[in-house]
Design a protein around this ligand. Structure first.
Ligand code: CP
Length: 311
């Protein structure tokens, strides 16, 4: 059993079999993480560099923890404080790091396609930890793992992606994954934050949060990404919160229990109120916890692929 890919650049490249294999492998690593000794020797001869050109809390810590739990040697590289500020290119930076015998690269970059570009120039396996507004594959995998854990599966489940779909790499990776695995997906937000022709990806579009929440089993509420908006795409945050924010009063009025997710970081009081984010309907911290097992699975399976490719 192995993945069909050498790199994890995006969910777009994975088969349903790949996704199923990663989720089932993550089940096993989740069991490992419940033990008193949460470490396995699986990658003890592997060195991994975490190359973060963009800020991160959850993904960076989660990858580092996953690598340590697998006994890999890890190097953490942040663009700030490095020779990138002296003008060193991405390729030169990576070639220099790889010359020190590094086996795998985990990379976050603000430019969409940066890990794809790198994959054409180096031999080591690359894991995309989020590239611009393109994909965030391990986030979608941990989201799927968390839905499956709470609802027993993905097929036939109704999942709403709410908010800033236009600028969200989490949305795109979730759309690819959920539609490949037989879930129904509706994207919902202000018209200015929903890409034109997104229906071609097999999703429904709604501009009405109440109707969407009434329809779904799971609502994955996405962050308003003000840092990616060159010009204002809605009038004020207050108005956004009023028309598209999710709060307890709205959920209570629906008379049904919806699973609430958010990839983080949350703009509390904008897309999601604290009375929902911290409620028992919310699995936000389960998502974060599951991220470690899912990333262990990805690294483990890609390390196997690397050995295969080199043999
Ligand atoms: N969900 C997510 O990618 O969070 P970070 O930006 O903190 O890694």
């Amino acid at each position: 059993m192995s993945l069909s890919v050498k790199h994890l650049l995006g969910i777009k490249d994975l088969t349903p079999g790949d996704i199923d294999l990663i989720l089932r492998t993550a089940d096993q690593f989740k069991d490992v993480l419940q033990r008193p000794i949460k470490k396995v020797p699986t990658l003890r001869d592997t060195t991994i560099v975490n190359l973060f050109y963009e800020n991160s809390t959850r993904t960076r810590i989660s990858f580092e923890l996953a690598e340590k739990r697998l006994s890999a040697d890890t190097i953490n590289f942040a663009a700030s404080g490095s020779s990138v500020s002296k003008g060193e290119t991405l390729i030169d930076t990576v070639h220099n790091i790889l010359s020190m015998k590094v086996d795998m690269v985990v990379m976050r970059h603000s430019a969409s396609g940066a890990p794809h570009f790198l994959s054409r120039h180096i031999n080591a396996s690359i894991v995309n930890a989020g590239d611009g507004i393109n994909e965030h594959p391990t986030q979608a995998l941990l989201d799927a793992f968390s839905i499956r854990e709470r609802l027993g599966g993905l097929e036939g489940k109704k999942v709403a992606l709410l908010g800033d779909i236009m600028h969200s790499r989490v949305a795109l990776s979730n759309i690819y994954l959920l539609t490949k695995m037989g879930a129904e997906v509706t994207v919902c937000g202000p018209p200015t934050l929903i890409p034109k022709h997104i229906e071609k990806l097999g999703v429904r579009v709604s501009y009405n949060v109440r109707e969407t929440l009434a329809w779904c089993d799971v609502a994955n509420v996405l962050r308003i990404q003000l840092e990616r908006q060159n010009k204002p795409l809605f009038s004020t945050l207050r108005e956004y919160s009023l028309y598209y924010g999710v709060n307890k009063a709205l959920l209570d009025s629906l008379n049904k229990e919806i699973v609430i997710m958010h990839p983080g970081p949350i703009n509390r009081g904008v897309e999601l109120n604290s009375d929902v984010a911290d409620s028992k309907q919310s699995i936000i911290l389960d998502q974060v916890q599951n991220g470690v097992a899912v990333r262990m699975a990805v690294l483990y399976l890609l390390a196997g692929k690397k050995e295969e490719a080199l043999s």
